[in-house]
Design a protein around this ligand. Structure first.
Ligand SMILES: *[C@@H]1O[C@H](CO)[C@@H](O)[C@H](O)[C@H]1NC(C)=O
Ligand SMILES: *[C@@H]1O[C@H](CO)[C@@H](O)[C@H](O)[C@H]1NC(C)=O
Ligand SMILES: *[C@@H]1O[C@H](CO)[C@@H](O)[C@H](O)[C@H]1NC(C)=O
Ligand SMILES: *[C@@H]1O[C@H](CO)[C@@H](O)[C@H](O)[C@H]1NC(C)=O
Ligand SMILES: *[C@@H]1O[C@H](CO)[C@@H](O)[C@H](O)[C@H]1NC(C)=O
Ligand SMILES: *[C@@H]1O[C@H](CO)[C@@H](O)[C@H](O)[C@H]1NC(C)=O
Ligand SMILES: *[C@@H]1O[C@H](CO)[C@@H](O)[C@H](O)[C@H]1NC(C)=O
Ligand SMILES: *[C@@H]1O[C@H](CO)[C@@H](O)[C@H](O)[C@H]1NC(C)=O
Ligand SMILES: *[C@@H]1O[C@H](CO)[C@@H](O)[C@H](O)[C@H]1NC(C)=O
Length: 743
């Protein structure tokens, strides 16, 4: 009965659905087969999914499930970061209509991937990221011919990639990174079935990094002309880099570092050009820490490189790759440590407008270092330690960056050590921690509750949802770069779904740091638009957006990996009541996309049901029930407030908040933290309190009456011996009269 207001909202949503979609979910009765399967899942996960009650998943709107309105079969199962424990029951393979299965971020989910998943003929998306799954990848997944998205990254999977997966002809996304997979990569030429990673005609993402793969990189991969990311780093690949990779004309990121590759870098990579088209062209080339030989070829057609790392190979003596000037407008980081560089350092490199860091220590660069008078605006780090530079020229008025020259002959003179930022002493490492400047922090209030964070854009104290991301391919000479993170914030905001349901001021990118593996970690804070916490609907939208790659970053932020998604509001929520306001806005804005709307409303319904369940536990009439055994109050849309809610809203019943006083008690002005909504609270004093039944009747009556000359009832509090009615606030004098007595 405490859940009554919830149910009313639920009915309103249902009504909306009937009206706009001619679809009545309340009539739904789950397909008997699917119901049977779901009840089996309920037995496994029910202890965590407390709202999975009854035996009619579609009719009862089990959390995270979405059913087809016509067939009443389960089509979506999205149970991200819900603390699921135990194994994935094989019965899950008997949901014939299932098209999206996302169980990511349940780190207590153990056991192996059931081969029965291969029976899910309609599956389009399978995401089991960041769980604790072990065992082999079942070959049966190769039967999922409609699969476009397969993400198994961040588990403890072992064994090889089954060649049978090569049958997934619609696959665009393949991520098995951060597992313990081994063996050589299957391609059509090395198995009888003639299937493998090269038989995915529309593949865009090969993410295989951080495993134990061995053998050579199959030349057949070069046929993947729509591939954007080829990530093979941190494995045990041997052999040469195939020439054919130059045919991957859409490739943006080539990551081959920390393997045992030998031979030269192929000249053919010079074909992966942008031709002036935004987002095309090779952006990142990481081949460091291999055993590459020869000299780095002249790749002067590459015009959109942002990041190159050739370090720690076994190259022949070679000049500095001055051809990088073809990417002068885009290159941000150049790493050529231990690269056997000889001769001069081309001085124009320090003028490249986007260059942030040049790392070229432990080479034999010699002669004079000419520092040009116009330096790149973003240049922060120039690391030239242990070279053979013996002279230095620079314009005296130049705004010099920090140049590390320790270990060069030019440092044996005495004058240089004190020449401003030209360092011959110990190299100052670049910043490893960055926080965004708090845009309006000086004017924002300090939040007293340690769980509350002030949104710097709105100054509101609330509990954000925090997504922690690891940026997999990033080097951070300029981690202290507000523009960069502002760009990330913009890109987060412009992503699918996020842009529909959020305002940019709800998003704050902060806490960038560099970890031991030189990877960048960053947190994205999502603040509630209204109220103190992110509601569950919005939470689901964010989770789906991040686990299913609807958030799309450009380099240097991509490829990114979600490390955690934590709703700090869910940790200690003190009951935000009523229909989530952000959701209402979402419906209004999202109404353009029918699919989005349906998915959204079902999520809402499911969440409301769950919340109603929670609310029941905190029964506002618990006190009343103890004394009475009559019907529960029938409330129409009235919220119930806890005593603590009202205490907070009235500043502890402060005398300054008193709007009026009468025989019944006092009327207080109450302001809801977060929303700023203002109410008038009538607090019955000792002696004027009604009997429980009368109080109930009054609320029932008032909650049903809506009249222009009457102040609307917003809610009530019946707790700790208090009887309080919460009304709309009317800032004119008639208020007190309106409230006096019962109308
Ligand atoms: C794959 O999807 C298509 C179109 O959505 C559908 O017609 C087909 O039946 C599906 N394949 C299987 C094996 O279910
Ligand atoms: C780039 O442009 C040149 C000249 O117009 C053309 O020959 C070449 O095929 C283009 N390359 C790509 C990858 O589009
Ligand atoms: C090169 O190898 C050295 C020594 O193993 C290591 O300290 C350094 O970080 C490596 N540099 C790069 C860019 O990987
Ligand atoms: C790059 O440098 C080379 C030689 O230093 C020069 O010939 C070429 O024109 C430069 N290219 C650009 C795009 O500046
Ligand atoms: C730099 O080194 C190269 C060979 O390593 C040598 O030929 C050249 O003369 C040197 N230049 C200077 C200015 O010392
Ligand atoms: C150079 O290093 C000093 C510390 O030694 C630091 O305070 C300064 O900000 C650095 N300058 C640049 C441009 O990074
Ligand atoms: C980078 O930012 C962090 C935190 O804001 C600060 O502690 C550090 O001094 C900054 N470093 C540089 C080099 O500006
Ligand atoms: C972010 O977006 C805003 C508004 O569209 C724009 O004014 C700003 O320049 C963008 N910032 C960056 C760093 O891209
Ligand atoms: C997000 O957007 C996609 C398509 O853009 C849609 O299919 C999906 O249902 C949306 N998800 C939610 C939770 O709204």
């Amino acid at each position: 009965m405490a859940g009554r207001p919830m149910k009313i909202w639920f009915k309103r949503i249902s009504a909306l659905l009937c009206l706009s979609l001619v679809w009545a979910p309340s009539a739904a009765v789950t397909d008997p087969n699917d119901a049977r399967v779901m009840v089996k899942l309920q037995q496994t996960w029910g202890s965590v999914l407390t709202t999975w009650t009854g035996n009619d998943p579609c009719g009862d709107k089990w959390v995270g499930t979405l059913c087809d309105a016509n067939t009443n079969q389960v089509i979506y199962m999205t149970l991200i970061n819900l603390g699921l424990e135990g194994e994935i029951p094989p019965e899950i393979g008997s949901l014939p209509a299932l098209s999206n299965l996302d169980l990511s971020f349940n780190d207590k989910l153990k056991g192996s991937i059931p081969s029965e998943l291969g029976n899910l003929q309609n599956l389009k998306l399978l995401s089991l990221q960041q769980c604790s799954l072990t065992g082999f990848i079942p070959a049966s997944l190769g039967q999922l011919v409609n699969l476009t998205y397969l993400a198994l990254n961040g588990n403890k999977l072992t064994g090889p990639i089954p060649s049978a997966l090569g049958a997934l002809s619609k696959l665009k996304w393949f991520d098995v990174a951060y597992n313990r997979l081994s063996g050589s990569l299957p391609v059509s030429s090395n198995n009888a079935a003639k299937l493998g990673l090269d038989t995915w005609p529309v593949i865009q993402h090969y993410h295989l990094n951080n495993n134990e793969f061995s053998g050579s990189i199959p030349p057949e991969l070069g046929g993947a002309t729509e591939c954007l990311h080829l990530l093979l780093e941190y494995n045990q690949f041997t052999g040469t880099i195939p020439d054919t990779l130059g045919n991957m004309k859409s490739l943006q990121i080539l990551s081959l570092h920390y393997n045992q590759l030998s031979g030269p870098i192929p000249q053919s990579l010079n074909k992966i050009v942008s031709n002036g088209t935004a987002y095309l062209g090779l952006h990142q080339m990481r081949v460091n820490n291999n055993m590459l030989t020869g000299v780095v070829p002249v790749l002067d057609a590459l015009d959109s490189l942002e990041f190159v790392d050739f370090s720690n190979n076994t190259f022949d003596p070679q000049p500095f790759p001055s051809w990088l000037n073809a990417s002068a407008n885009t290159i941000q980081t150049i790493l050529v440590e231990f690269s056997n560089l000889i001769g001069p350092l081309p001085s124009d490199i320090l003028s490249y407008p986007s260059l942030q860091g040049l790392y070229a220590k432990n080479n034999q660069l010699n002669g004079t270092l000419n520092i040009p008078s116009t330096l790149g605006r973003r240049l922060r780090v120039v690391s030239l330690e242990n070279n053979k530079l013996d002279q230095l020229t620079f314009a005296t008025n130049a705004n010099l960056p920090n140049i590390s020259l320790n270990g060069n002959p030019t440092c044996s003179g005495t004058g240089l050590v004190t020449a401003g930022p030209l360092l011959c002493g110990t190299v100052v490492p670049p910043a490893t921690l960055w926080n965004s400047p708090l845009v309006a922090s000086s004017t924002c209030p300090v939040c007293d509750d340690p769980l509350l964070t002030s949104n710097p854009y709105t100054c509101r104290c609330s509990k954000p949802l925090i997504v922690s991301l690891e940026i997999r391919a990033f080097t951070a000479p300029t981690i202290n770069d507000t523009d960069l993170w502002e760009k990330m914030r913009n890109q987060t905001y412009s992503s699918k779904n996020i842009t529909t349901f959020f305002k940019i001021d709800q998003i704050w990118v902060r806490d960038a740091s560099i970890n031991n593996e030189k990877k960048v970690l960053v947190r994205i804070y999502f603040f509630p638009l209204i109220g103190e916490t992110i509601d569950e609907v919005t939470e689901t939208i964010i989770k789906v957006a991040f686990t299913q790659q609807l958030v799309s970053y450009t380099s240097p932020f991509k490829p990114e990996m979600v490390k955690s998604i934590i709703n700090s509001g869910a940790i200690s929520s003190h009951g935000s009541h009523g229909f989530p306001k952000a959701a209402i806005i979402g419906i209004a804005v999202g109404a353009g996309g029918l699919l989005v709307l349906i998915a959204f409303l079902v999520f809402v319904a499911v969440k409301l049901k769950r919340r109603a369940e929670e609310e029941r536990k905190k029964n506002p009439f618990a006190d009343w029930e103890k004394a009475q055994d009559g019907d529960a109050p029938k409330l129409k849309g009235a919220r119930w407030f806890t005593f603590d809610d009202i205490k907070m809203m009235t500043n502890n019943f402060n005398e300054d908040n008193v709007l009026g006083e009468g025989g019944y008690g006092k009327v207080y002005k109450a302001i809801e933290a977060g929303t700023g909504a203002t109410f008038a609270v009538k607090r019955a004093q000792e002696g004027s309190k009604q009997g429980a039944l009368e109080f109930k009747n009054e609320i029932e009556l008032l909650s049903r009456v809506h009249h222009n000359n009457l102040v609307g009832l917003v809610g009530f509090c019946y707790q700790k011996g208090e009887q309080m009615l919460v009304y709309e606030y009317m800032p004119n004098g008639t208020l007190t009269q309106n409230l006096r007595g019962k109308q």
